[in-house]
Write a protein that binds this ligand. Structure first.
Ligand code: NAI
Ligand code: MG
Length: 482
């Protein structure tokens, strides 16, 4: 219960009785679960309890090689030769099986990564299934996606994904690669491998030809083996800008294609003519959704001067009502921070924000004793040059500034190395058009935030990445055009 509240919701935990998890997950190569040649395992823990959930195999160079070989054989012998309509049917099958097992996947996603069940149930899992459905539809219609051109698959793709949306990032990567006729090796993040391993079960159940999808688990080293493997045609990566830069250097001159979806420091802009209460909810959603573990989070708030005091006071009140705690509880708004490493990074930035002279306000919620938690936090009295305004924190921490004119806020919004997303709140359509045209960001939401659809492309400018995922554009990264 929050200290300032005299009431609390009764606990409403989602049951875990319907899920099946093994104690140990091996690598998924050539349609089978096989142990790592190195014999090493690492634990995937539940960040809300610090308890171990399962042991997961650490893939060696030899394992990655085996996975790539299996993908290559499946590509040459089966997948690239199959009629595109038939490929589409397999992708539909994966989508349907995922829908059927949605409850199980949501619970496991929340246990393994710490996100509230409300989000994994209403966002991650349905949106993942939707991506498979969407790209299944494209499989036999590629000539319409690229009119007048003849799209050809690339071959074997190496796909490396992060821990903030584990299943959804797998879907974003797998579905377009399969639809365009590629085979692949996927590497999930080391803190959240479990829904990918459950997806491997679905892939078996869907009777996808062995080797079309291979899943290797491990940390950065396993990722490096994949990036540097000589028989990979494409690397698709979502994660930190630092690793993105490493990948660009590693593949330079190799002929490998790559798409990178990296960080962000989105500006969420509230004009005086915005609907205030709606905007406050939008701010909450933009930065506290998924503990702020969102590359497109609205981590910089710009409020027009005339309504700044009102917005900030309403925002503080609303922050105090947010329920922070058990990710499996249906009332929870904010779950656990994904890992101790991420928690330390957030704390480091918050201390830095104080040192830089910012005024901090944190929600008065009680945090559980065990697990990794961080209270929703806002900073005012910060300036454009402060590191908490410039750098990606990837936690529930918002830096607030004010502005007077449209041109001023556009300049401020563009003043970061990133350009992934942004938000505008106003009742004037003309302002929406002007601001969204002049802000260099891949997606700009108007009077809403963090809305996704498989048909809408997602990708960034500048250090936020190269290439887009989602929509017709998402197919582009997996084809060669004549
Ligand atoms: P990371 O970039 O290290 O991890 C992402 C994935 O890359 C994981 O699967 C990891 O095992 C793999 N990886 C790590 N080093 C690699 C290498 N040298 N070669 C190939 N693969 C490699 O991100 P990390 O350390 O988990 O998070 C650090 C920061 O990155 C976060 O605080 C956040 O700011 C940002 N981030 C951004 C994400 C986004 O969605 N754009 C997602 C996750 C993190
Ligand atoms: Mg975990």
């Amino acid at each position: 219960m929050n200290k300032k509240q005299s009431w609390a919701y009764s606990p409403a935990p989602e049951s875990t009785g319907h899920i099946t998890l093994k104690d140990q997950y091996d690598l998924f190569i050539n349609g089978e679960f096989i142990p790592s040649t190195g014999g090493k395992y690492f634990d995937s823990i539940n960040p809300a309890t610090e308890g171990k959930i399962a042991k997961v195999a650490e893939a060696t160079k030899a394992d990655v090689d085996k996975a790539v070989k299996s993908a290559r054989t499946a590509y040459e012998k089966i997948w690239s030769k199959m009629a595109s309509k038939e490929r589409g049917k397999y992708i539909y099958r994966i989508a349907r099986l995922l829908q059927e097992r949605a409850r199980e996947f949501s619970v496991i996603e929340s246990m393994d990564g710490g996100k509230p069940i409300r989000e994994s149930r209403d966002v991650d899992v349905p949106l993942s299934a939707a991506h498979f459905f969407y790209y299944a539809g494209w499989a036999d219609k590629l000539q319409y996606a690229f009119p007048g051109r003849s799209p050809k698959s690339l071959g074997v793709a190496g796909q490396i994904i992060p821990w903030n949306f584990p299943l959804l990032m797998a879907a974003w990567k797998l579905a377009p690669a399969l639809a365009t006729g590629n085979t692949l090796v996927l590497k999930p993040a080391e803190t959240t491998p479990l829904t990918a391993m459950k997806l491997a079960e679905i892939i078996q159940e869907a009777e996808l030809p062995p080797g079309v999808i291979n899943i290797v688990t491990g940390a950065g080293e396993t990722g490096r083996f994949l990036v540097n493997h000589s028989d990979i045609n494409k690397i698709a990566f979502t994660g930190s800008t630092e690793v993105g830069k490493y990948i660009m250097k590693a593949v330079a001159g190799s002929g490998k294609k790559y798409t990178l979806e990296l960080g962000g420091k989105a500006a969420n802009i509230i004009f005086e003519d915005a609907s205030v209460d709606q905007a406050v909810e939008g701010i909450i959603n933009s930065i506290f959704f998924n503990q702020g573990h969102v590359c497109c989070a609205g981590s910089r708030l710009y409020v027009q001067e005339g309504i700044a005091d009102q917005i900030i006071s309403k925002l503080r009140k609303r922050m105090d009502t947010l329920v922070v705690g058990d990710p499996l509880d249906k009332n929870t708004d904010i779950g656990a921070i994904n890992s101790i490493i991420q928690l330390d990074k957030i704390k480091m930035f918050v201390n830095m924000g104080k040192d830089e002279g910012g005024t901090i306000y944190q929600s008065s919620c009680n945090l559980p004793d065990k697990g990794y938690w961080f209270a929703p936090t806002i900073f005012t009295d910060v300036s454009q040059s402060n590191r908490i305004v410039q750098e990606e924190i990837f936690g529930p921490v918002l830096a607030i500034q004010t502005f007077r004119t449209v041109d001023e806020v556009i300049t401020k919004a563009n003043n970061t190395p990133y350009g992934l997303s942004g938000g505008i709140w106003t009742n004037k359509g003309s302002k929406i058009f002007k601001v969204s045209k002049e802000i260099r960001a891949g997606v700009i939401w108007a009077n809403t935030f963090n809305k996704f659809d498989p048909g809408a492309p997602f990708g960034g400018y500048k250090e936020s990445g190269i290439g887009s995922e989602g929509g017709v554009e998402g197919l582009r990264g997996y084809v060669e055009l004549d």
